[in-house]
Design a protein around this ligand. Structure first.
Ligand code: NAD
Ligand code: ZN
Length: 367
């Protein structure tokens, strides 16, 4: 079976991202290669949608190879990235007898990955974990070791840096993904192009029809390219002292939309799609980017059926307040990732709040 491997280079903590069709069946071998012991008990964290198709086959394959597992199944959706669900999984981990050599196996999208990763980062001060992503968006979230849960007041405010031992990406799982979630995944794929690679954006524009139809050869290329951009940035700047912040293009706006709508109206990909459009608008307004950047950003997002207009009835003033709780804010000063051109972005620290607010008010009125 054909599969490809990328490596996140982090010295002794380097790990593989293995991408291919049917890989879940090869999980036992890949876990063994990642030095996950058969002597300890392991915890699979997944959600109800994913469990319906992929949990039992995975557990059976693992059991046949001598891996003992318990499964924690959570309700699907962003609202599960909460302290309450975190506590429940911790209880199940303790009751299942997980020890320091146990691993948490995150089978699902970014919600499962972020939550399960945070459990792994904190259980007995940190145990191993492995990402088994099942959404397109998770080509981003499963790589790089940022793990977190949300607080009602702000997204991802409780978390850690904790790298997985391996990422096992079975692309055949994407066939059952609802189209809305396919679109959300493309928002992060497009983001990887917008921040670092104009040719990639051009490729995404040119092949939108095939990619949207999940043509497996083309999809594998998109995932590979997206993971490669992410892996390279993480290898260079694991804990976000500099360049890694670029991965947050559109996220200061997007996270505010998510928090203000109780993590239930827009999904993450939709929220950052609108956020990337607003970042382009602000960049043009302050003369940081040339005029065509917004237009092209909006067009490529629409090719993948993503929203680009102001969300619902949110008040721009409330959005600005929520944006200030972003992790890039220091000493009360907002920092935004702005595009300079397609394929190029920078962190900008000194934008007047009034300009951001004016742009948001115009967008809210234009809706
Ligand atoms: P998700 O995990 O909620 O999955 C989306 C939906 O698809 C859910 O309803 C899920 O049950 C369902 N699903 C998953 N796999 C499926 C499959 N194969 N078939 C059918 N249904 C399936 O959301 P997501 O979009 O994968 O991830 C979003 C989260 O990722 C957000 O919380 C975001 O903050 C986080 N994120 C984290 C990072 C990071 O670096 N840690 C990066 C990007 C995003
Ligand atoms: Zn994101």
């Amino acid at each position: 079976m054909k599969h490809e491997t990328l490596t996140v280079e982090l010295g002794e903590r380097s790990y593989p991202i293995v991408i291919g069709d049917g890989l879940l069946q090869q999980a036992p071998r890949l876990l063994q290669e990642a030095a996950i012991s058969k002597a300890s008990h392991h915890l699979i964290v997944t959600d109800e949608h994913v469990a319906a198709n992929y949990l039992e086959p995975l557990r059976e394959a693992l059991a046949e190879a001598g891996y003992r597992t318990t499964a924690s199944v959570i309700a699907p959706g962003e609202q599960s990235k909460s302290l309450a669900v975190y506590e429940r999984i911790m209880t199940e981990a303790i009751q299942s007898g997980l020890d320091r050599k146990s691993a948490v196996l995150a089978l699902g999208g970014g919600v499962v990955g972020d939550l399960a990763g945070f459990v792994a980062a904190t259980y007995m001060r940190g145990i191993s974990f492995v990402q088994l992503p099942t959404t397109l968006l998770a080509h981003d979230s499963s790589v790089g070791g940022k793990v977190a849960i949300n607080h009602p007041l702000g997204k991802n405010l409780i978390g850690a840096f904790h790298q997985p031992r391996a990422v096992i990406y079975d692309t055949s799982a994407l066939r059952s993904l609802p189209k809305r979630e396919v679109a959300a995944g493309f928002a992060e794929v497009i983001k990887h192009g917008l921040i670092s690679d104009e040719a990639f954006v051009e490729w995404l524009e040119e092949h939108a029809d095939r990619l949207w139809a999940l043509d497996s050869e083309w999809l594998a290329k998109a995932i590979h390219r997206g993971c490669a951009v992410k892996a390279a940035i993480v290898s260079e700047d694991e804990t976000e002292q500099g360049k890694r912040a670029l991965l947050n293009l559109g996220h200061t706006f997007g996270h505010a939309f998510e928090a203000l709508s109780s993590y239930s109206v827009l999904n993450h990909g939709e929220a950052i799609a609108i956020g990337m459009c607003l970042a382009a608008k602000v960049a043009e307004r302050v003369g940081f980017a040339e005029k065509s950047v917004y237009e092209r950003t909006e067009r490529v997002l629409r090719l993948y059926h993503l929203p680009t207009k102001w969300p619902g009835n949110l008040a721009p003033e409330a959005v600005l307040e929520a944006m200030k709780r972003d992790k890039k804010t220091v000493g009360g000063k907002l920092a935004l990732v702005l595009p300079r051109a397609i394929g190029q972005a920078e962190v900008v620290k000194d934008i007047e709040e009034d300009i951001i607010l004016t742009v948001m008010r115009e967008e809210a009125e234009a809706k």
